[in-house]
Design a protein. Structure first.
Length: 292
């Protein structure tokens, strides 16, 4: 009986050691010293990317898994000038190589997606630009201070959300998508002054829920895609659009037609926060509605 128990323990220990050898959690961090604002450029060629608020005193913390025969390539380049930081991040899977022109090629790649978790400091003001290749991404900007945000996505599925109001003014929010699926929730909480969305071929959902106490401009350009735009009742909105005979733009209840191609919500003049939305569609479908 004792020999059988001893053998069982050895087997359990063997599998524990093997699992540790196959995959281990890797952490890379840049500890905060005196940073007040950071410019962040993030590139991810393929895989699953998750960005959210961190809990520790780091400018950035990156977590991912690395196996015995599989390793992710995470490059962090950081410079600090006074209270301003400049951070460059590249997240590439094993088998990826970057050419001199900046293109990333995958060689001997098994299509198993890598997963990265990127954590940002809640008290630093970030100017963020991202370039995403193929894969999935989730950006939770709740309780993160963002002064500018630019997202460029290729063949990917991406979502961003602001469950809490941005504590600083976001000067510009820019989204460019290719063949992709994109969704955004509580965009008014981003506290942006100007937003531009360029959609290629895909399905897009833009929800402007949240709070807003100023006027903001929104430019939406759609190619061969379908966009749904939702505006809450507490925010005034004016919609102007330019369509073509191949596009289909519909404005739902809650909006009153002022003249051809111009609609306003009933509370546009009295609302504390207002959205001025300009829509242009080539071959796409756009649906605009007021939330109940």
């Amino acid at each position: 009986m004792k020999n059988r128990l001893f053998t069982y323990r050895l087997i359990v220990l063997y599998f524990v050691l093997m699992s540790c050898a196959v995959a281990q959690d890797i952490n890379k961090t840049i500890v905060r010293t005196k940073e007040k604002e950071v410019t962040l450029k993030l590139e991810s060629s393929f895989g699953t990317l998750n960005v959210k608020k961190g809990e520790n005193n780091n400018v950035v913390a990156v977590q991912y898994k690395m196996g015995k025969e599989k390793s992710s390539n995470v490059e962090l380049q950081y410079q600090l000038n006074g209270t301003s930081g400049d951070l460059r991040m590249e997240l590439n899977p094993k088998g990826a190589s970057k050419e001199k022109n900046g293109d990333v090629y995958l060689k001997d790649f098994d299509l198993e997606r890598d997963t990265w978790y990127v954590f940002l400091h809640p008290e630093i003001e970030y100017d963020i630009s991202t370039e995403l290749g193929a894969g999935k991404s989730s950006f939770d900007f709740s309780n993160i201070k963002v002064t500018n945000l630019s997202i460029s996505a290729g063949a990917s599925s991406s979502k961003i959300f602001f469950d809490e109001p941005n504590k600083v003014i976001m000067k510009k929010l820019t989204v460019e998508t290719g063949v992709s699926k994109f969704s955004a929730d509580n965009l008014s909480n981003a506290n942006f002054e100007r937003m531009r969305f360029d959609g290629g071929v895909g399905s897009y959902y833009l929800n402007f829920g949240g709070t807003m106490n100023h006027d903001a401009d929104v430019d939406i350009n759609v190619g061969l895609g379908a966009v749904t735009i939702e505006v809450p009742k507490n925010i005034g909105a004016m919609v102007r659009y330019k369509d073509s005979w191949l596009s289909n733009i519909t404005v739902g209840s809650g909006f009153e037609e002022q003249r051809k191609g111009v609609y306003k919500t009933e509370n546009y003049s009295s609302a504390e926060g207002r959205l001025n939305i300009w829509v242009e569609a080539s071959l796409g479908t756009v649906k605009i509605r007021q939330l109940r």
